[in-house]
Design a protein. Sequence first.
Length: 233
Amino acid sequence: MTATPSRAHTVAEATASGASTGRRIMAVTAALGPLLFAAAVALIPYGTADSNKEMINQIADHRSLTELTVWGWVLGTIALVAGTVVVGLLAMRYSPKLGLWGMLLLGTGMLAISVTPSLDVIALGGLHKGVSQSVLAKIGDGTFELPVVGVPTLYFVFAHVVGAILLGVALLRGRVIAPWAAWVLILSMPLNVVGYAGGIMPVTVLSFVMMGIAFGVAGLVIIRQGIGWVRTA
């Protein structure tokens, strides 16, 4: 007589397998966004402290590379916003208020900058239609002087720095991840502003790698324990 596995046992195994897959997807997504940003920054053909005219000249000489970096920003934004929600929910499990504010500020900060025009896209579109580089530089100057562009940009600068700090503090206070990883997250976005504003590209790349490492460490916790907000095996 042979024994057959019970239906309850089979369902439990399927549930555990599904939960494990979901956790892995969340963990990978959390780390992927910042790392895509790091790759995009490393590849852009100009310096972030350059003038709009200088940037457009470099974009004109490196159109394919610029288009690749734009894809990196687009996909990175999607992954980073999703990853911020995942890490934020994990942080809220132990530090609800700090985790919530960190998640909201970092997430909305990224959304704010994503809806503002990108000089890369403006330049690529204009060059595709034969618009001269001097005209594109004037369009860029005029575009970024508009309040509808300047205000979301200022909010992004504030929100992504403070949001990352609050998330890091929430993870640190809740002992969710190793203290060194929480401190890496806390320091990452202030360093990002220093690198971007100063045109120090390696520092900007490093800042996103730091966030990717911290989010990756949080992802390992999620794989083992889940985020604590849904019933998982």
